[in-house]
Write a new protein. Structure first.
Lengths: 279, 279
């Protein structure tokens, strides 16, 4: 759903795309030249990645030095390691949780090491590499540093919804989330589009931590005026109503979502719960 | 492997890409305008498709009329129906074969009907729609017409390797394949790139039907001169050697492939067989 949500935003506001792309485009001559020379390998690796051949994708890019190649290589290693972890734990519930270190993503130490040997400037100016670094830091139980790195990534490129969700999943309390919301408010006031992304995050944070207020309702109204048909937004409204035990309103909202987007599966467990409770 | 092979060709000869793209680009003002108005829906549908939500992809494009939207909608329905067939047959071997009509792709009748109601001109000028039409005709046991439609698609766009493979899989004998090889020889002499694709097909056809000749060796040499590091080509050489019971040569060739492309899995069953026989 994260990728989907991201593209939903792009559908509703295609002009945002140029911002999303900028963070990946080379900002200096050296990277431009490197990426140009590595174009063929990068294309091949992306194809392997799409075919879910993560090890081959990483293998093809060995020795490449552009940001783009480095990111695809390390991200392939991360996803490949995750896939192997799933296979090894054989889908047994509880074997994957954080208290069990037997089944883990064995590529993470290599990824961390390579990210740490990158030039400081190179890492800190690329939102994708920073996002991956944040994710592996969180998996290494290094929450504080991981959150800080995800924050940096989002300040560079606020249109990476997956990155927001990774940060959100690292919060253990609403007050912890509030600290970051305030940090983002200081950092992301530069453009209208940045503020919109922050508003999406704010609404989601409040929903996830069972908060509701006049302020959030007004934020929801602001976003709905811009994206009137966006199922994700309407689902946040429904979930907030549900969290406030306002089942009638939640049901009406879910009915509308199902009408406009009948094959959407997200949050339908909550809808089913509402129908059961109201019977 | 088909998508991979296709992109391998692109890697080795990126100038071919512009030909591959042309077949999808609108050839008239009307389509240009239609596709422009449907851009957002098409983007959303492609994202659903990438997330394997085939039903949603098809649903989003209901009522769209551009070639591009029509193709993505019908192809999503085809893949979605195929996925459901797999799930229903629950992976039981033998339940999927051609003598059993209980488990079938239930979307095919709708796809065929919609393709048949398209304007004749529209269908016949779009290689992607033709390719899909050929595939569903073959699944409907309509081999002769299906082969003819795939042939038309390939004449329009010879860079769709999946389409060549669909045609190949429909041949029941080498003489049947030869008839089509000759037809292609008449139709695809127009450009160097077209002839290269035909040469790939010719070599593969000969390999699959256990043929070997001086002519095929010379074709292989021609292709190898253009694509010296292409694993697919080297694998065809190895398989032809294997088919001719020349196990020594086949083993040497497979050793080279594994050295240059160590994570490639295709055809390794044959390699394992060679090692077993030669022990």
């Amino acid at each position: 759903p994260s990728k989907e949500d991201q593209l939903m935003v792009m559908r509703e506001a295609p002009h945002l795309l140029k911002f999303a792309d900028e963070s990946f485009s080379p900002s200096n001559e050296e990277e431009l030249l490197l990426a140009y020379h590595e174009t063929n390998k990068i294309t091949l690796a992306k194809t392997y990645f799409d075919c879910k051949e993560y090890d081959r994708a990483a293998h093809v890019l060995k020795g490449c030095n552009s940001w783009k190649a480095t990111f695809i290589k390390l991200y392939s290693m991360y996803i490949g390691g995750d896939k192997r972890k799933e296979e090894e734990s054989d889908g047994i519930l509880g074997q994957n949780n954080s208290n069990n270190n037997f089944y883990c993503n064995k590529n993470i130490p290599v990824i961390v090491k390579e990210l740490e040997t990158l030039e400081h400037h190179k890492l800190n100016s690329n939102s994708h590499l920073l996002c991956l670094y944040g994710i592996v830091l969180l998996e290494n139980k290094n929450s504080t540093e991981g959150q800080e790195v995800l924050f940096k990534s989002l300040v560079l490129n606020p249109f990476n919804w997956s990155c927001w969700l990774e940060l959100l999943s690292s919060f253990t309390s609403f007050s912890e989330a509030t600290v970051y919301l305030n940090k983002f408010y200081k950092a992301l006031q530069t453009s209208f589009e940045y503020r919109i992304m922050l508003l999406f995050f704010k609404v989601t944070v409040n929903q996830v931590f069972f908060q509701s207020s006049e302020e959030i309702n007004s934020d929801l109204a602001t976003l709905s005026a811009i994206f009137p048909c966006f199922s994700y937004l309407n689902a946040q409204k429904a979930l907030i109503a549900y969290n406030m035990l306002d089942y009638n309103n939640a049901e009406v909202l879910f009915d509308q979502i199902l009408l406009s987007d009948p094959l959407r599966l997200d949050d339908l467990d909550t809808y089913s719960n509402i129908l059961y409770v109201m019977e």
